[in-house]
Design a binder for this molecule. Sequence first.
Ligand code: SF4
Length: 184
Amino acid sequence: MGKVTFDSNVETINGEGFQLTRLDKVIGAARSNSMWPLPFATSCCGIEFMATMGSNYDVSRFGMERMSFSPRQADLLIVAGTISKKLAPILKQVYEQMAEPKWVLSVGACASSGGIFDTYSVLQGIDRVIPVDVYVPGCPPRPEQIIDGIMNIHKMVKNESLRRRHSDEYKKMLQTYNIESDGK
Ligand code: SF4
């Protein structure tokens, strides 16, 4: 009987006609290979993200070419560009509307720290309003760097404990942002 391998990084025990692994590893592999990103792109870094989507770089090879513009159907928020303080509550609302489990990729200097815009009107990093999982440096980052950030997110997703979202630490972390956990 042929061996069915769903992810080469998942540890398995193989025998004649069977393959054993852990449920959390299967769920991690499924999640990380089928992410639905929501691009929250506001300026030049958004253009770099568009290039990352294009045929030269091609995020569809990660099973994530289907962009979701509905937060309720997305599990990866990609923030690319300058976020003004006026826009910050909207970004937070989009994050809150996403169901758990969800991850956040901050693309470029502006999203991560305000970048060169140390002004009264620009948010000095999106982690002032929502938690961030991976930061991509650069102004703008090249598509290769964005892909590196995406791959780091994939590693986190693949290895995340199924209990993390229920843990007190996670709920406390959300409370520091004044965000309620949806308990899922
Ligand atoms: S980090 Fe640079 S390229 Fe990206 S949005 Fe800011 S100014 Fe534009």
